[in-house]
Design a binder for this molecule. Structure first.
Ligand code: NCD
Length: 315
């Protein structure tokens, strides 16, 4: 089995078979990560550069750990400490790095489409680790993995994505993925943070009522308010946002069932989610982080090998 693509630029162009293959390969890698020796030699001759033009904690550590667990050689680049701050273009930076014989590039960039641009210009496999407000495919995959692990399936599962949908690449990747795998998706938040034609464009339901949405869903994926991406005021205050759309114990206790709570991190405690929800047993936030390593191992592993039908790809 192999992926239909050489790069992971987004979920948008993956097939349901690609998604299933990544998720099932990640199950095997999660098993590897439970062993006393958590390392496999799968990427021993592969060199990977992690290009981070935008701040990141979880995603950068997660990719780095996944690469190390697969025995790859890695180089880390962060824009703030590199020649990018001296005016070098993206393509020049990457061509310089590639002349050092790099096989794969993991890239986070503040411009939507930056990894797609690179994929057209360089021969290495590109993995998008978040591009502007476009996509964050490995987050979508690890969220789906976590939902499937917790509930046993994706098909028919009701997922609410709550908060700043407008500025969220996580929302976008989650929606593409969940729809492809047969889940039902509702986005919920203030009208100013939900793109106007999202129902027509992406086939999701839209709700402005948090209580109704929580009553409907099995899983609530709560997003961070992306203050750094808002160039206009889209709600009156964080306090008002929190009163209308914050997930707190009181609203969860008013439901007649226990829903699964997710958040991609970083959390704004007391804004979109309260501490007694984030740290409760219905929250799988830390499992998401744990699963991220296995999912990224699966992606790197599957993209590292040229297709070879005589060599079935198993970890
Ligand atoms: C997200 C991101 O950077 O897109 N975080 C992450 O990768 N875990 C979400 C966010 O910044 O809110």
């Amino acid at each position: 089995m192999q992926l239909s693509t050489r790069h992971l630029l987004g979920i948008k162009n993956l097939t349901p078979q690609d998604i299933s293959l990544i998720l099932s390969t990640a199950v095997q890698f999660k098993e590897v990560l439970q062993r006393p020796v958590k390392k496999v030699p799968s990427l021993r001759d592969v060199t990977i550069v992690n290009l981070f033009y935008e701040n990141s904690t979880r995603t950068r550590f997660s990719f780095e750990l996944a690469e190390k667990r697969l025995s790859a050689d890695i180089i880390n680049f962060s824009a703030s400490t590199s020649s990018a701050s001296k005016g070098e273009t993206l393509l020049d930076t990457v061509n310089n790095i590639l002349s050092m014989k790099v096989d794969m590039v993991v890239m986070r960039h503040h411009a939507s489409g930056a990894p797609h641009f690179l994929a057209q210009h360089i021969p290495a496999a590109i993995i998008n680790a978040g591009d502007g407000v476009n996509e964050h495919p490995t987050q979508g995959l690890l969220d789906a993995f976590s939902i499937k692990e917790k509930t046993g399936k994706l098909k028919g599962i009701k997922v609410a994505i709550i908060g700043d949908i407008m500025h969220s690449r996580v929302a976008q990747s989650n929606i593409y993925l969940l729809k492809k795998m047969g889940a039902l998706v509702t986005v919920c938040g203030p009208p100013t943070l939900i793109p106007k034609y999202i129902h027509e464009a992406m086939g999701v339901e839209v709700s402005y009522n948090l209580k109704e949405t929580l009553d409907w869903c099995d899983v609530a994926n709560v997003l961070r308010i992306q203050l750094e991406r808002q160039n206009q005021v889209l709600f009156s205050s964080l306090r008002e946002y929190s009163l209308a759309y914050g997930i707190n114990r009181k609203i969860l206790d008013s439901l007649h069932k226990e829903i699964v709570i997710m958040h991609p991190g970083p959390i704004n405690r007391g804004v979109e989610i309260d501490s007694d929800v984030a740290d409760s047993k219905q929250s799988i936030i830390l499992q998401q982080v744990e699963n991220g390593v296995a999912v990224r191992m699966a992606v790197l592993y599957l993209l590292s090998k040229p297709p070879n039908p005589e060599n079935p790809q198993t970890p």
